[in-house]
Write a protein that binds this ligand. Structure first.
Ligand code: ATP
Ligand code: MG
Length: 209
């Protein structure tokens, strides 16, 4: 189902709300480019760049990457994909980032994933990730076909260093103080779909896994 005009969307939500999973299904169905801030950061960390090492210490403490670093990283990517449709997953996470994005391009729609904090804590600590693709599994409700291995590549899955209970608590705090205000910002400036339920979405035949 290809789109006939340029379409640009933002997917936001608390850590572990399923931004990665929902975004991959939407981008696959509509042929959009999927840009995930977390995946871009982890690729930098894997490449062991100087910036990557600084980022890793931030991420492992459950803190956000500074706005100027983050905006430069993502917006240069967006400028390079001038005429294409995309979906941004994990950016913006602060009002400053949202303003920087608006200064660069126009966003058509914003989807907020609504998941309670109690669910998130339990989910993140049972999450397994295929780091190079960003594919995620959950040992309770979305296990890989072969335990410990990625369905597509057969490569080993890992638990992210920032999915420990202590770091998850810090990430939720950062979400409340820094990211929730972004919803207020978007409700005043954009079409915001603020009650998007990722569980209902996962059951929808429109967006096959
Ligand atoms: P998901 O819903 O996909 O599970 P998540 O919140 O668990 O999302 P990522 O989006 O992969 O995870 O982000 C991981 C970490 O990377 C964040 O905790 C934060 O430290 C950093 N990060 C990602 N995006 C941003 C951003 N836009 N600004 C600042 N820091 C960011
Ligand atoms: Mg993610």
């Amino acid at each position: 189902m290809a789109l006939h005009r340029i379409f640009r969307a933002v997917v936001t939500g608390p850590p572990g709300s399923g931004k990665g999973t929902v975004s991959s299904r939407i981008t696959k169905t509509f042929g959009l480019k999927h840009i995930s801030s977390g995946d871009i950061l982890r690729a930098n960390i894997n490449a062991r760049t100087e910036l990557g090492l600084l980022m890793k210490s931030c991420i492992d403490q459950g803190q956000l990457i500074p706005d100027d670093v983050m905006s430069r990283l993502i917006l240069s990517d967006l400028r390079a994909t001038d005429q294409s449709s995309w979906l941004l997953d994990g950016f913006p996470r602060t009002v400053t980032q949202a303003e920087a994005l608006d200064d660069t391009c126009s966003v058509d729609t914003v989807i907020n994933l609504n998941v309670p904090f109690q669910t998130i804590k339990q989910r993140l600590t049972s999450r397994w990730t295929h780091l190079s693709s960003g594919r995620v599994y959950n040992i309770d409700f979305n296990p890989p076909k072969v335990p410990g291995l990625d369905d597509v590549t057969g490569e080993p899955l890992v638990q992210r260093d920032d999915d420990t209970p202590e770091t998850v608590t810090h990430r939720l705090k950062a979400y409340e103080t820094q990211t929730e205000p972004v919803l207020e910002y978007y409700s005043q400036t954009h079409t915001l779909h603020s009650n998007f339920d990722p569980v209902l979405f996962a059951q929808s035949s429109w967006f096959p896994a």
